[in-house]
Design a protein around this ligand. Sequence first.
Ligand SMILES: *[C@@H]1O[C@H](CO)[C@@H](O)[C@H](O)[C@H]1NC(C)=O
Ligand SMILES: *[C@@H]1O[C@H](CO)[C@@H](O)[C@H](O)[C@H]1NC(C)=O
Ligand SMILES: *[C@@H]1O[C@H](CO)[C@@H](O)[C@H](O)[C@H]1NC(C)=O
Ligand SMILES: *[C@@H]1O[C@H](CO)[C@@H](O)[C@H](O)[C@H]1NC(C)=O
Ligand SMILES: *[C@@H]1O[C@H](CO)[C@@H](O)[C@H](O)[C@H]1NC(C)=O
Ligand SMILES: *[C@@H]1O[C@H](CO)[C@@H](O)[C@H](O)[C@H]1NC(C)=O
Ligand SMILES: *[C@@H]1O[C@H](CO)[C@@H](O)[C@H](O)[C@H]1NC(C)=O
Ligand SMILES: *[C@@H]1O[C@H](CO)[C@@H](O)[C@H](O)[C@H]1NC(C)=O
Ligand SMILES: *[C@@H]1O[C@H](CO)[C@@H](O)[C@H](O)[C@H]1NC(C)=O
Ligand SMILES: *[C@@H]1O[C@H](CO)[C@@H](O)[C@H](O)[C@H]1NC(C)=O
Ligand SMILES: *[C@@H]1O[C@H](CO)[C@@H](O)[C@H](O)[C@H]1NC(C)=O
Length: 402
Amino acid sequence: MPSISTSLSWFSILGLLFSPQTCLALSKKERLACQNPTHDPLKGCPKHTLLVASGSSNATAKKNTFSSIQSAVLSLPHDNSTQYILILPGQYTEQVNVTRPGPLYLLGQTSDAESLGRNTVEVVWHNATGSATTGSYDNAYTSTLTIAPTFNSSATGSGPTGNPVPEDTPFGNFDFRAYNLNFTNDYLPYAAGPSLALSTSYANTGFYHCAFKSYQDTIYVGKLANSYMSKCEIAGQTDFLYGFGTLWIEDSDLLMRGCGGGITAWKGTNTTFENKYGVYIHDSNVVAANSSVAPSMVLKCALGRPWNALQRSIFANTYLDESIRPSGYIEWSTKEPRVNNFTFMAEYKTYGPGWNRTGRIEGNVTRILTETQWQPYSSPSKVFQFFKSGKTGNTAWLDYSA
Ligand SMILES: *[C@@H]1O[C@H](CO)[C@@H](O)[C@H](O)[C@H]1NC(C)=O
Ligand SMILES: *[C@@H]1O[C@H](CO)[C@@H](O)[C@H](O)[C@H]1NC(C)=O
Ligand SMILES: *[C@@H]1O[C@H](CO)[C@@H](O)[C@H](O)[C@H]1NC(C)=O
Ligand SMILES: *[C@@H]1O[C@H](CO)[C@@H](O)[C@H](O)[C@H]1NC(C)=O
Ligand SMILES: *[C@@H]1O[C@H](CO)[C@@H](O)[C@H](O)[C@H]1NC(C)=O
Ligand SMILES: *[C@@H]1O[C@H](CO)[C@@H](O)[C@H](O)[C@H]1NC(C)=O
Ligand SMILES: *[C@@H]1O[C@H](CO)[C@@H](O)[C@H](O)[C@H]1NC(C)=O
Ligand SMILES: *[C@@H]1O[C@H](CO)[C@@H](O)[C@H](O)[C@H]1NC(C)=O
Ligand SMILES: *[C@@H]1O[C@H](CO)[C@@H](O)[C@H](O)[C@H]1NC(C)=O
Ligand SMILES: *[C@@H]1O[C@H](CO)[C@@H](O)[C@H](O)[C@H]1NC(C)=O
Ligand SMILES: *[C@@H]1O[C@H](CO)[C@@H](O)[C@H](O)[C@H]1NC(C)=O
C-alpha cells in the first residue's frame, strides 16, 4: 500500500494531467483520519504535517511541535507547495496571518468532524478600532485570522474604493482551507467598533465546520477575495458580513446577537469585466443568537445596508426568523441612503416568519428575485472569478465533500 504522500502526489499529477477541477489535495477519508485523536496525533496525516499543541498539552514537549498556529505558519516555505497543519484541542490567543501562495490546510483535531458544536480549537484575539477608547487604526489590525499577500492588500481603507492596493500586488493564497476551527474576536460583548474575526483579500479561502464570532464587522471579505463557507456558524451584531470581494455561504447559521446596521454591508466596485462581487447566502438559517436576546429583536434586524450604492447581496433559499424587519434590507441611513438603480439588495425564495412580501414591497429597497434574475448567481461557479481575467468558474479550491 503506498504511503499517503505517494498516493497524494500521484493524485496531484493525475489531476494536473486531466482536470484541475477534480484535484482534491486530501480526500475526506484522509482528512478525517488525520483529525481523529489517536495516541500519536499525526497518525493518518499526510507526511510532513505540522503539529500545533497548546501549552497545557503533553505533545508540546515533542520535537517539531509548535505552541502557536502562527509559528507553524511562519515555518512554512513561501512557495506553491501544499502544506498541512493539525491543531490539537485548546484555546490559542494569537493573531494568525497567512501570506504564502501555496495550498494550506488547517485542521482542528476532533472525533466528530461533522459537528462544529464539538470543535475543540478556538483561536481568540481581542481588538477593535474606531472608538474613543480604542483609538483609530485600520480594521485590518484587529483581525484574528488574516489571509492576504500583503498588509496593504488587507487594509479596509475608506472612500468609494477603500485602501489603494499597489498595481503589482500578486494574488495571495490560491487554496486556503480551514476545518473545525473557531475564530473569535472578543474585544467587548457588544458592537464597539470594527472587530474582525476573519480578514481575507487577494486569496481563495474555504471554511468548513468553522465558527466566527464577534459583534461588529465579524467577517471581512476584501478585495479580490473569494471565500466559501459551508456548515459554519457566524455570530455578529452590526454589519457582520462586509467587504469588496465574493463570499458564498452555504448550509450555515447566521446568529444575530443584536440588531445594528445590517447583516450584510458590501462595497461594490466598477470593473472592466462584469463582476460578481457580493455576498451570497444560500440554504442557511438567519436566527437570533439565543432565546434571551430574541425578544428584544423582533421585527428589528435588517438583512443588510449598502456600504456603497453598488452593494450586491442575496439571501436565497434561506430561513429567516422573526427578528427580520418587514422591509428586509434598509438604506444606509436616512441622511445618506446610498440606494440607486445599481444597488442590488435581494432575496430569492427566503422563508420563515422573517419573510414579509407586503413589507418588502412597501419598504422599496429589497429586490425580490424571479428564478430568471437569480440564475446568474445561482452557484459558486457562477460567482467566483479568476484573478485579473475576471473569468468565472474559479472553484478548484472548493471542497464539496466536507
Ligand atoms: C500527559 O501525560 C500524563 C502521563 O502520561 C497523563 O497522565 C496526562 O493525562 C497527559 N496530559 C495531557 C493533557 O494529555
Ligand atoms: C504558483 O502558482 C501560481 C498559480 O497557479 C502560478 O501563477 C505561479 O507561477 C506559481 N509560482 C511558482 C513559483 O511556481
Ligand atoms: C466552537 O463553536 C461552536 C459553535 O458556537 C461551539 O458549540 C463550540 O463549543 C466551540 N468550541 C470551542 C472550542 O470554542
Ligand atoms: C489593537 O491593535 C492595535 C494595532 O496593533 C494596537 O495599537 C492596539 O493597542 C490594540 N488594541 C487593543 C485594545 O488591544
Ligand atoms: C498580523 O498582521 C497584523 C496586521 O498587520 C499585525 O498587527 C500583527 O502583528 C500580525 N500578527 C502576526 C502574528 O504576524
Ligand atoms: C501601504 O499603504 C500605505 C498607506 O496607503 C503607504 O504609505 C505605504 O507605502 C504602502 N506600503 C507598501 C509596501 O506599498
Ligand atoms: C445570548 O446572546 C447574547 C449576545 O451574544 C449574549 O450576550 C448572552 O450571553 C447570550 N445568552 C446566553 C444565555 O447564552
Ligand atoms: C459605477 O458606475 C456607475 C455607472 O457608470 C456609476 O453611476 C457609479 O457612480 C460608479 N460607481 C463607482 C463607485 O465608481
Ligand atoms: C433608474 O431607474 C429609473 C426608473 O426605472 C430610470 O428612469 C432611470 O433611467 C434609471 N437610471 C439608470 C442610470 O439606469
Ligand atoms: C408585514 O409588513 C407590513 C407592512 O410593513 C406590516 O403592516 C405587517 O404587520 C407585517 N406583517 C408581519 C407579520 O410582520
Ligand atoms: C422606490 O425607490 C426608487 C428609488 O430607488 C424611487 O425612484 C421610487 O419612486 C420609489 N417608489 C416608491 C413607491 O416609493
